[in-house]
Design a protein around this ligand. Structure first.
Ligand code: ATP
Ligand SMILES: Cc1cn([C@H]2C[C@H](O)[C@@H](COP(=O)(O)O)O2)c(=O)[nH]c1=O
Length: 204
């Protein structure tokens, strides 16, 4: 049986990551892989219900962190771990790097507390590879404005998204063996080519 692989897609809102997950899944399926596409917060009925609250209700940074980790626990237990145990490739739209970037760097919440929650919830599980779609906050804001009405997080100002982006940069610098940085200011086709190239060497 193939070894399961856990691949996460990260970036500030509007960076373009969601646009490329399905193409990545198709390319992997064409290689004979079984693929599970999922997202955070979300991926289970409970976690999707928490997502709805998270994106719509006002709350402080600790409540945000507790909600995303509660959703993550259910998601790991019910979807991610079983899929990896079956040898599937799990493509996940956001994971704990988002918590560190948004709640940690964006909100200024204590990174050590987040790391403790991470240890409790994940029991050592980490992504095998993380594709970080990097764009300036101004570019992402223009893409979002052209695409949809903003949710609670997307109503934050450019300074917030600058801090979140800096958070992703810090995470990428701290774990260069796991992170692949994608220049997401490039055209859709160029980004897609780069994404597919990063998924060619996933191993057996
Ligand atoms: N490389 C690109 N060039 C121009 N427009 C793009 C590019 N990538 C994505 N877009 C457009 O930007 C918008 C946001 O893309 P997408 O929803 O994939 O971003 P996202 O990073 O998943 O955002 P979120 O995390 O908030 O859901 C969409 O309208 C999409 O068509
Ligand atoms: C996992 C996670 C997510 N967020 C934020 C990031 C986005 O603003 C939304 C999710 O919406 P998307 O359209 O699916 O990107 O939630 C967060 O703040 N912390 C997290 O851990």
């Amino acid at each position: 049986m193939p070894v399961g692989r856990f691949i996460t897609f990260e970036g500030i809102d509007g960076a373009g990551k969601s646009s490329h997950i399905e193409a990545a899944a198709e390319a992997l399926r064409a290689q004979g892989r079984s693929v599970c596409c999922t997202r955070e917060p979300g991926g289970t009925a409970l976690a999707e219900a928490l997502r709805e609250l998270f994106l719509s209700r006002e709350m402080d940074a600790l409540t945000e962190a507790l909600l995303v980790f509660a959703a993550r626990r259910d998601h790991l237990r019910c979807v991610i771990e079983p899929a990896l145990a079956q040898g599937q490739v799990v493509l996940c739209d956001r994971f704990t790097d988002a918590t560190m970037a948004y709640q940690g760097f964006g909100r200024g919440f204590d990174l050590n507390v987040l790391a403790q929650l991470e240890a409790w919830v994940q029991a050592g599980r980490q992504p095998d590879r993380t594709l970080w779609f990097d764009v300036p906050a101004t570019v992402a804001a223009a893409r979002r404005a052209a695409a949809r009405a903003p949710d609670r997080l997307e109503r934050e100002d450019l300074a917030f998204f600058d801090r979140v982006r800096a958070g992703y940069a810090a995470r990428a610098e701290a774990a260069p063996q796991r992170f692949v940085t994608i220049d997401a200011t490039a055209s859709m086709d160029a980004v897609r080519t780069r994404v597919l190239a990063t998924l060619h060497d996933l191993g057996p």
